[in-house]
Ligand binder design. Structure first.
Ligand SMILES: Nc1nc2c(c(=O)[nH]1)N[C@H]1C(S)=C(S)[C@@H](COP(=O)(O)OP(=O)(O)OC[C@H]3O[C@@H](n4cnc5c(=O)[nH]c(N)nc54)[C@H](O)[C@@H]3O)O[C@H]1N2
Ligand SMILES: Nc1nc2c(c(=O)[nH]1)N[C@H]1C(S)=C(S)[C@@H](COP(=O)(O)OP(=O)(O)OC[C@H]3O[C@@H](n4cnc5c(=O)[nH]c(N)nc54)[C@H](O)[C@@H]3O)O[C@H]1N2
Ligand code: SF4
Ligand SMILES: [Mo]
Length: 721
């Protein structure tokens, strides 16, 4: 007997609605469900792979593991593991205090709703500020920008309302990463961009690669990586030169226009064109299109946020967006005013917080938190540096920080130094290999979730509830259970709250206290998260495809008075960084730049071993422009050595005419953490993290490592000494 069940995918922030077919407790099929989804019926290859993974593909972990004295793993019953972990945490807290405990929140944790909420309560109950996440090894340049420039509370415009979309170093057609970073919708991104174009919206793509997203571009600029700050300083220069910026917006909401004018004066289009190795006409054309747009959305992805001077790149991109008023304005339609978490949208600037300058600081660097987190790149030194408050226990929730951080030579000794490393995951990964305990967790279709991670991101008001579709394997536990079970054993009560970015957990008053004796019911917890929802939990339950409520139109409102917040276009540190860029020389001795890229079939380290993915990507190809290959004497499929100032890897070259010259483009998370003698095929690729550094080229403020635009040399492997 088979039946169907509605749910949604939890691999990425698109949260695509799905219909599963279930036969005898087994998922046997999946199709996209367009009944109520704001994207219509849409899903990608990872949605399919998620089903295979549930059914045991990719060596899914079915029981928890404990590392023995020889470094091997033995199965352990979850309750026993939880007893031991709770006892060790208690011991550490007694001996060394709350800061001895830290947590890393990985990609797999963001859409594990109850787990992620209880994680915040757990850290608060322990009393530790040591929260690290992928964001500070990803696009926290955007957080730095918010904290140095300020934010427009009215938010970015919807794709339906813009006449120009500028995509700088992101590729949503593959990654589904869009709002609020760039235009487009995260589900069905290509369709959303195509529809905008049909309305007359223009598209600019700035990427060293003629990417899948660039197929929609009216203007494609293919710069050398790491030149976005210069490019956008030149665009700002041109907008000021031509008087094509939005003067009334700037007068009302911005300050430091004169400082900006001075700082970008030397950044002529000619200078930027020479730096980025692009025609000067393209910069003029981009500036003319941006200056002419009525409502632009200038945004970026990982490219600029991972490259040379990433914080400045991002700041200058946002400055250009601000100069043309690329935000929703009073009277504009708010197409998604939130369902679970209803919002009122005000047209006002919020002045920069410079949060890292105050409050609780890192132990080993004079830096405070960004949106409540410490820089992940500092984790190794926070563990290794002796002294009080040294991190001794780390919980990794849905992540693989040893691969994600790069520089394994620096990171491995730190992870080995931990008294307690616990990984919550449904797969073994390179970090789990170093764990004392690996807790095998359930998978999305086995647990209760609700669309809190999409509530502010959907293009329209929409919410969906996903109860479990099949039972979790007996040896696994839910992510949220881990936090509750450990806390209960420590007699440390948790409180469920509806936390979102920007909120301080302890300051949220409304909470559901959880007992330490009676295990909470996940449905009760989700019902609590729906407390302020426009659609009740019961209504969501009754509508398994989700609910797109018919709401009165919402508009951006004017605040009752001017609260005085302003966007600071060019604070002194930004001006100084622009000056440094002016003086910077290209790194001598290197012929290429390594750039980041993602592939459709994988989600970072997840689904690498799915059938479909391995067929296309038996390893992570080193894509190069064919002319570069010819010049270097590199043949298709030939092994090459890629060397940075920091390390060296072997990779397999693949020609990609869409890539500009001077660039090697590779995906992260493949291969072994540290490759052995070079059986690169057997190892499933090469860890590009071996080319990156946790000590060199770190950004100020967020300590972001450089993962793109890394200077490298390339030689045929057989020629290398
Ligand atoms: N299918 C799939 N989807 C994913 C992921 C995945 O692994 N697979 N990962 C998820 C995660 S964790 C994230 S953070 C998002 C990221 O989402 P995106 O930012 O869209 O990620 P990428 O595909 O790496 O796109 C980065 C682009 O920047 C370009 N680039 C590199 N360096 C530079 C530079 O210096 N300047 C400019 N202008 N461009 C540059 C690259 O050529 C590439 O096309 O995707 C998420 N979605
Ligand atoms: N060189 C280089 N380095 C990079 C990048 C780059 O482009 N280049 N990108 C950076 C970026 S953007 C990111 S986000 C990081 C990624 O770094 P991480 O997030 O640390 O790495 P992932 O491989 O995404 O790890 C996710 C883990 O979560 C598990 N998982 C999936 N679903 C669940 C779930 O429901 N519950 C639990 N408990 N676990 C689950 C998966 O099995 C997987 O092991 O890497 C960064 N590092
Ligand atoms: S785009 Fe793909 S991975 Fe993301 S939610 Fe939809 S089906 Fe899942
Ligand atoms: Mo990411």
């Amino acid at each position: 007997m088979s039946h169907t069940a509605k749910t949604f995918c939890r691999n990425c922030s698109a949260l695509c609605s799905m219909q599963l077919t279930v036969e005898e407790g087994h998922i046997t099929g999946v199709v996209a469900d367009g009944t109520a989804s704001p994207y219509g019926a849409y899903m990608c290859a990872k949605g399919l792979a998620a089903v295979d993974f549930h059914n045991g593909a990719e060596h899914r972990l079915l029981e928890s593991l404990k590392r023995n004295d020889d470094g091997g793993f033995e199965a352990i019953a979850a309750p026993q593991a939880l007893d031991e972990i709770a006892a060790q945490l208690q011991q550490l807290l007694r001996e060394y205090g709350p800061r001895s405990v830290a947590l890393y929140h990985g990609t797999g944790a963001y859409r594990s709703v109850l787990g992620a909420q209880l994680e915040k309560s757990f850290l608060s109950a322990v009393g530790t500020p040591n929260l690290f996440s992928t964001m500070t090894i990803d696009q926290s340049a955007k957080w730095v920008t918010n904290a140095r420039l300020g934010v427009m509370a009215s938010g970015k415009p919807a794709t339906d309302d813009i006449d120009l979309a500028v995509f700088v170093g992101n590729n949503p057609v593959v990654t589904h990463q869009t709002y609020p970073f760039t235009a487009g919708t995260s589900g069905s991104p290509g369709r959303s961009i195509a529809e905008a174009k049909k309305r007359g919206c223009k598209v600019i793509v700035i990427d060293p690669r003629n990417s899948e997203t660039a197929r929609y571009a009216d203007l494609l600029i293919q710069p050398l990586p790491g030149q976005d700050a210069a490019l956008f300083a030149a665009i700002a220069h041109t907008l000021l030169r031509d008087g094509t910026f939005n003067q009334s917006f700037c007068e009302q909401f911005c300050i430091q226009l004169d400082e900006l004018r001075d700082a970008v004066a030397p950044f002529t289009p000619e200078l930027a064109a020479a730096r980025a190795d692009v025609p000067v006409e393209q910069i003029e054309q981009a500036a003319a299109m941006i200056g002419a747009a009525q409502r632009a959305f200038v945004g970026s992805g990982t490219g600029p946020s991972m490259s040379l001077h990433s914080n400045l790149n991002d700041h200058m991109i946002e400055v250009v967006n601000a100069m043309v008023g690329g935000y929703r304005r009073a009277g504009d339609r708010v197409r998604n005013p939130g369902v679970l978490n209803p919002r009122v949208t005000l047209e006002m600037a919020v002045s920069p917080s410079r949060s890292w300058e105050k409050g609780v600081k890192c132990r080993t660097a004079d830096v405070g938190q960004l949106l409540g987190e410490f820089p992940t790149a500092l984790l190794p030194q926070e563990i290794l540096t002796p002294g009080p408050d040294k991190i001794r226990a780390l919980i990794v929730f849905g992540g693989n920080p040893l691969m994600g951080l790069g520089d394994p030579a620096r990171a491995i000794p730190a992870f080995e130094d931990l008294d307690l490393l616990v990984c919550l995951d449904a797969r073994m990964n390179a970090t789990c290999d170093y764990a004392h305990y690996v807790i095998a967790t359930s998978q999305p279709f086995e647990r209760h979730d609700i669309t809190t991670p999409g509530d502010a991101l959907y293009p329209e008001a929409f919410a969906q509830y996903a109860p479990p579709v099949v039972e979790k394997p007996a040896g696994t536990i839910h992510d949220w259970e881990f936090f509750w079970e450990v806390s209960a054993r420590m007699n440390m009560p948790l409180t469920l709250k509806y936390w979102t970015y920007g909120k301080v957990f302890d300051a949220i008053e409304d909470g559901l206290p959880l007992s330490v004796t009676d295990k909470p019911d996940p449905e009760d917890m989700l019902r609590f998260l729906c407390k302020n929802s426009r659609v009740s939990f019961d209504e969501l339950k009754a509508n398994p495809s989700g609910v797109r409520p018919e709401l009165e139109p919402h508009y951006v409102q004017k605040p009752p008075k001017d609260f005085g917040g302003r966007l600071q276009l060019c604070p002194p540190d930004v001006a100084a960084e622009l000056q440094q860029v002016l003086e910077e020389q290209s790194q001598p001795g290197f012929g290429f730049y390594l750039t980041c890229r993602r592939v459709l079939e994988n989600m970072n380290g997840a689904y690498l071993d799915s059938d479909r993915s391995r067929k296309k990507y038996p390893l992570n190809w080193a894509y190069m422009n064919p002319e570069d290959m010819e010049e270097q004497g590199v043949g298709e499929g030939e092994e090459i050595r890629i060397a940075s100032a920091h390390g060296e890897i072997v990779a397999v070259a693949k020609a990609e005419p869409r890539l500009r010259r001077g660039v090697v483009s590779m995906t992260h998370m493949f291969g072994k953490l540290v490759s052995s003698a070079g059986d690169i095929h057997g190892e499933g690729g090469s860890n590009v993290g071996q080319l990156t550094s946790l000590q060199q080229y770190l950004e100020p403020i967020n300590f972001m490592p450089r993962f793109s635009g890394v200077p490298v040399n390339v030689v045929v492997a057989s020629c290398a000494g």
